[in-house]
Every structure is written in structure tokens, then in C-alpha cells.
Design a binder for this molecule. Structure first.
Ligand SMILES: Nc1ncnc2c1ncn2[C@@H]1O[C@H](COP(=O)(O)OP(=O)(O)O)[C@@H](O)[C@H]1O
Ligand SMILES: [Mg+2]
Length: 392
């Protein structure tokens, strides 16, 4: 059932389980403090004993919520500098924490104007570069907590590009410029258009005195490749590069959970039974969900999952259309942010999460996104199997 295969890992086939039990925050409500809930009034009323479908939820999300939602994911609700255990074998870890604590203090200080209203002292900008699982997201969320969630915006690269898509560039600048700190997790470099857009956005924010903190987007199997993401990052953000301070975070995957599973999808009956009458569970045919995702702006996928604790899908198959696959990647990120277990029943020749995308996609320009989604969905599907076992 569960198999540890280093060779498979090295070959980049399969996925890596990254599930870790969540302390405290696991049962927190889907909305974090300060988050306005989207109206889900146009969702089909729940039929007792039947799980509702994601495809019936049409979240209407006011722009204010898009901004209010820029918070650390539930999984990291309790992450703090004080809960980060720096490994003495890798001095860069303690160095990074110390530097980030200074940054938090500097950001929290009111911006000082020069004499006679001269130029403001420039706000700090840091980029954390390091391997998978060394705690970059833990540290980035800790920074946001240290500065204060009201004064910070926190999101992944994709969430910011989605925000620009939903609000427009200038409105996004205005909205984010009200914050003292903007955190961007997993800065992506695989789409030149998005990279240029984000560089422009960050430059505008830096010019307005907003502090910036970003992390590298490093894949589980991308040792070596991902470890020197800083070079590519600095080259791609061009003029902005001079302002960023690179913090290397060396080390190993903290969880040491490099487990590759190769378990088969669940039988459809088991999936249906596990979610029937379960509060907070949804049940969708995969094609219905893919169709629905094409109708909902990706910036609203978070709201789509309001109150959702378990997601069940039937008829899962290989996605052959790139745009559908990329939307699925965004949904998987949002599910992962919230630790939502996913139960998957396949159709036809579907052999498990790793056959979700085509070989061509896994070799193409977006392979980083696809492998991240496989890694995350693998973890959530493993949690889904536990849900199915518990209800059998
Ligand atoms: N040094 C550490 N001390 C405590 N927890 C850690 C440490 N490093 C990582 N973690 C935990 O391990 C998990 C993976 O870390 P994460 O921040 O997601 O890594 P990365 O973003 O670098 O891939 C998280 O749950 C995080 O809280
Ligand atoms: Mg991370």
C-alpha cells in the first residue's frame, strides 16, 4: 500500500507525502478572523443525507474579501519564530530567523521621513531560498504574525496574480499599499508574463515603502535545481533585484516524510458512502467540477471551499487540456492550504494521482506547478483514504 521508493523519488515519478498533523488549528472554522464570508446563498439547499456538490456553489466574492483573505493558511495558524527549531547543523537557519526578527521590528516601526520630508528610508525586502520542507513557509507566516495580520498581506504568487486578474493592476497596488508588509510564498518563474506582472507590482509597492518578503518555489524532487532559485529570481525581477536581500535556508525536509505512495484510487461506493450525510463534505463528478472551475475565477476558489471539510470526487481521469489542468492546480493549492482531505474514485484507466496530468504536461513549462499539485494532492488523498477507512 504505502511504499518508500527512493529511486522513484529521484526519477520524479509519484508524489511525496507532506501531511503533518496540524496543531490546534485543525478544527478551526474555514474563515480566519477578519475574513468576511462570501455569500453562498445561491448554493443548492442541502438535502439531508446527501453531500452537497462544489459545482453547485457559486461564490460571490466582494473585492474586500479578496484582500481580507490574504492571510496565512490554516495549516500555519500557529507558526511562530518561537516554534521554529533551528537546526544547529545548518547555521543559516538560526541566521535567517534572527534576520527576520529584525525585519519584523523594522517593519513595525512607523516609517521615518527624512528631514524636511525627504525620501523615506527604504523598506526591507527579503527572499528566502532553500530546499523543500526546510521551513520557508513556516518562517514567512511567522513574519506575517510578528508584524501583525492586519498590517500584512499574505498569499502565494498565484493568489497575487489572481488578485490582479480580479481587481486590475492599479486597484491591487492601491489595496496592497495600505499594508506594511506583503508576503509572497512560492515565487514562480515559469510564466514570463506573470513574472513581469509581479515584478511591476512589487516595484510599485516597494516605492511606496511597503516591505516585501518572498520565498522560492522549490519542488520536493528538485534538489539542486531549486536550491539556487535566487539567481533566477534576481535575474527575472530585474531592476528590483538590487533591493532584495537573499536569505539562504539550508537544511533537510523537517518532516523527513519522503514517502511515495502508489495506492490505487478508492472504489466509487466507498467514496460515496464515506461522505453521505457527512457535514462539510462535498461530492462531485470530476467532469462537473472541471466544468465548474472554468466558470469561477480562480481568485474565488478559496471562497468555493468555505465550510468544506472533505472533498469527494468520482470519475477522476487524466486531464488532457492544459487550461483545465492549471485550474485544478489552483484548486489543489487552496485545498492544501486548508488541509482538506480528498477522496478520489477513478474512471477507466485512472491509476492514482500521478496519472492526473499527461506525460507531456509533466515535461512541459508548467511542470513545477504540476508536480507541486501531485505532491499536495497525494498528501490530501492519503488523508482521504484515512477518512474512508474510518467510515467503512
Ligand atoms: N525548523 C523547524 N521547526 C519547526 N517546524 C518546522 C521547521 N521546519 C519546518 N517545520 C514544519 O515542517 C512543515 C514544512 O515546512 P514548510 O514551512 O512548509 O517548508 P517549505 O515551505 O520550506 O517547503 C511545516 O509544517 C513547518 O511548520
Ligand atoms: Mg512552502
Amino acid at each position: 500500500m504505502v511504499e518508500v521508493t527512493a529511486a522513484r523519488l529521484a526519477a520524479g515519478v509519484g508524489w511525496i507525502l507532506v501531511t503533518a498533523p496540524v496543531a490546534g488549528g485543525a478544527s478551526a472554522p474555514a474563515a480566519l478572523p477578519g475574513t468576511a464570508r462570501a455569500s453562498a446563498s445561491d448554493a443548492t439547499p442541502a438535502v439531508p443525507g446527501r453531500a452537497r456538490a462544489l459545482a453547485d456553489v457559486r461564490p460571490s466574492v466582494p473585492p474586500a474579501r479578496l484582500l481580507a483573505d490574504l492571510l496565512p493558511p490554516r495549516h500555519f495558524a500557529d507558526a511562530r519564530f518561537s516554534t521554529y527549531r533551528a537546526n544547529p547543523a545548518y547555521p543559516s537557519q538560526a541566521r535567517t530567523v534572527a534576520r527576520l526578527e529584525e525585519v519584523a521590528v523594522a517593519v513595525a516601526k512607523p516609517a521615518r521621513k527624512g528631514l524636511f520630508g525627504g525620501r523615506k528610508r527604504s523598506a526591507p525586502a527579503v527572499y528566502m531560498d532553500g530546499g523543500f520542507g526546510v521551513g520557508k513557509t513556516h518562517l514567512l507566516t511567522s513574519l506575517a504574525h510578528a508584524v501583525g495580520l492586519d498590517a500584512s498581506a499574505y498569499g502565494t504568487f498565484v493568489e497575487y496574480t489572481n488578485l490582479v486578474g480580479a481587481l486590475g493592476f492599479q486597484a491591487t497596488v492601491e489595496a496592497l499599499a495600505t499594508k506594511q508588509l506583503v508576503c509572497i510564498d512560492e515565487f514562480e518563474l515559469d510564466d514570463p508574463g506573470d513574472t513581469v506582472l509581479m515584478s511591476r507590482l512589487l516595484r510599485e509597492l516597494a516605492d511606496r515603502g511597503v516591505a516585501l518578503a518572498a520565498t522560492s518555489n522549490t519542488l520536493p524532487e528538485a534538489l539542486g535545481e531549486g536550491r539556487f532559485a535566487a539567481e533566477d529570481f534576481l535575474r527575472e525581477i530585474q531592476a528590483l533585484a538590487a533591493r532584495f536581500e537573499v536569505l539562504r535556508v539550508d537544511g533537510e525536509d523537517y518532516r523527513h516524510r519522503a514517502v511515495v505512495t502508489d495506492s490505487a484510487p478508492l472504489p466509487e461506493d466507498a467514496v460515496r458512502d464515506a461522505v453521505a450525510g457527512r457535514p462539510g463534505a462535498t461530492l462531485d463528478a470530476f467532469d462537473d467540477l472541471l466544468g465548474h472551475l472554468s466558470q469561477v475565477h480562480p481568485s474565488r476558489y478559496r471562497a468555493l471551499l468555505d465550510g468544506v471539510e472533505v472533498v469527494a470526487l468520482t470519475g477522476v481521469h487524466t486531464v488532457t487540456e492544459q487550461s483545465a489542468a492549471l485550474r485544478l492546480v489552483v484548486l489543489v493549492d487552496r485545498l492544501y492550504d486548508r488541509d482538506v482531505p480528498v477522496l478520489l474514485a477513478g474512471s477507466g484507466d485512472y491509476a492514482g494521482e500521478r496519472s492526473l496530468f499527461t506525460e507531456e504536461m509533466l515535461r512541459g513549462g508548467y511542470r513545477k506547478k504540476y508536480y507541486r499539485a501531485l505532491s499536495r494532492l497525494g498528501a490530501l488523498a492519503e488523508d482521504g483514504r484515512a477518512v474512508a477507512r474510518a467510515s467503512a
